[in-house]
Ligand binder design. Structure first.
Ligand code: TXA
Ligand code: MG
Length: 285
């Protein structure tokens, strides 16, 4: 299903077989828990223990690209594969009109990781989904290009509010609504968000970051007023750059270059999510 961030590989979160098929189709490590998508905040409260902070963030950012990790209700009735055995659950109310109508008609909880083979570039078009998963999935709901283009921001609310993954809502905006800074995940904590796996979002070609002068054979993915093969945003707009990020990486990778060089991207607002994804794309595999 399309969402405003990236396409998701959707299954009934109460159905063990359906959820197991997500992992099989993606070739995904089992320790990586899934986000449950719901039609609205009221439905989310059937599955998680709600709090004042959750209400504040839901009021400000739902429907939209924010995921909240909250304590799982004991009798939630979800497949244990969804949470990978954790006592918490990640919930999100997406804003994409097709996702919303799917969730409203279905009425239940929908587990959905990004619809790409594990570790590869996330899909922001129906075509990307088919390129990676054709033959392993039933169908794609074609909702066009995803407008945000990077995955949701994940905020943990099981202890002090923590930024588990930068994403489509800027951390600064969340801090403004909460009136307090977001903590960083504890170093050496068990892997709880995909950003913590080093190589992720990887194209086939080697990726080099913060490049102003590409090497011979490298193709430049630009940002701002630079001479390049494709530009994330010629005007230096981070929102436009996020929306173009995965699509441009897919397009350059399809040219099979020696390497993909990437212009420096400012590390503020949505730039934090973009740089997070780019560091994973460039990490040794
Ligand atoms: O924008 C998005 O969030 C997209 C669209 C499809 O909604 N989904 C997405 O899902 O990015 P995925 O599976 O690629 O990333 C979700 C990550 C998991 O890898 C996991 O690390 C984290 O959310 N997560 C899920 N449940 C968690 C939990 N209980 N505690 C901490 N992190 C959790
Ligand atoms: Mg993913």
């Amino acid at each position: 299903m399309p969402t405003e961030t990236v396409y998701g590989l959707a299954a009934d979160a109460r159905n063990d077989m359906a959820v197991a098929r997500i992992f099989a189709a993606k070739g995904r490590p089992r320790f990586n828990p899934l986000i449950v998508h719901l039609a609205d905040a009221e439905t989310a409260q059937r599955y998680v223990v709600w709090s004042d902070m959750a209400q504040k963030l839901a009021d400000a950012f739902w429907p939209g690209p924010l995921t909240l990790v909250l304590p799982l209700k004991p009798d939630a009735g979800l497949s244990p594969l969804v949470t990978a055995g954790l006592p918490s659950l990640a919930v999100r109310v997406p804003a994409h009109p097709l996702a919303r109508s799917l969730l409203q008609r279905f009425g239940g909880p929908v587990a959905a990781p990004s619809a790409n083979p594990s570790g590869r570039i996330s899909p922001t078009k129906a075509r990307h989904v088919l390129d990676g998963l054709s033959g392993k999935i039933e169908a794609v709901l074609n909702g066009g290009a995803c407008p945000v283009g990077v995955e949701s921001t994940i905020v943990g609310l099981t202890a002090e509010p923590t930024l588990l993954r930068p994403g489509g809502v800027a951390g600064e905006q969340i801090e403004a609504v909460l009136g307090q800074p977001l903590a960083s995940p504890a170093q050496g904590a068990p892997i709880s968000a995909p950003g913590q796996l080093n190589s992720h979002y990887a194209p086939g070609a080697k990726v080099r970051l913060n490049v102003t002068a590409p090497r011979d054979g490298e193709i430049l993915l630009g940002f701002g007023a630079v001479d390049c093969a494709l530009n994330l945003s010629a005007t230096g707009d981070l929102t436009e750059a996020a929306a173009n990020l995965f699509g441009h990486l897919h397009a350059l990778d399809a040219l099979d270059p020696d390497g993909i060089a990437i212009s420096p991207i400012p590390d503020t607002g949505l730039g934090r999510a973009i740089n997070d994804r780019l560091r994973r794309a460039a990490a040794p595999r």
